[in-house]
Design a protein around this ligand. Structure first.
Ligand code: ADP
Ligand code: MG
Length: 141
């Protein structure tokens, strides 16, 4: 039996604003992920900057922070065997121009920045990102 893994997903402000959150959440469930935590938040600048600290100094950092604070997001804790890689695959490439057919970014992303969803990229970042948004008591058993 494969070991269950957890990852952090975000439906970004562009997707929430255009009413795609429900479609994205349904796609998550249809692809075998168990939602063990879910909340809607409107991030403050400092929170977005802390979450994306790994990107400090990159040319797109200020714009990314502004985008991520431009409206509400939906954050989800997901569980599944191989959840981290499988969620990244379902999201599609960062730049929607390179996203494969059938991926969420192919369907919903507007640009390399306004690209609909976020997903943790490794076990250590998943741990950091899950604990950034969820306390242990908030996650379903
Ligand atoms: P991913 O979200 O696929 O893990 P990155 O971690 O590289 O991608 O970047 C984080 C986020 O920053 C992206 O999802 C996107 O919103 C934004 N971003 C990345 N690269 C660029 C870029 N070249 N120009 C503008 N925004 C970018
Ligand atoms: Mg990333």
């Amino acid at each position: 039996m494969e070991t269950l893994q957890r990852t952090l997903a975000i439906v970004k402000p562009d997707a929430v604003a255009k009413g795609a959150a429900g479609d994205i959440i349904a796609t998550i469930e249809q692809n075998g992920f168990r939602i063990i935590g879910l909340k809607m938040l409107h991030l403050k600048k400092a929170q977005a900057a802390a979450f994306y600290a790994v990107h400090v100094g990159k040319p797109f950092f200020d714009s990314l922070s502004a985008f991520m604070t431009s409206g509400p997001v939906v954050v989800l804790a997901l569980e599944k065997a191989n959840a981290i890689a499988d969620w990244r695959k379902l999201m599609g490439a960062t730049n929607p121009a390179n996203a494969e057919a059938g991926t969420i970014r192919k369907k919903h992303a507007e640009s390399i920045e306004r690209n609909a969803v976020h997903g943790s990229d490794a076990e250590d970042t998943a741990r950091f990102e899950l604990s950034f948004f969820f306390s242990g008591y908030e996650l379903a058993k």
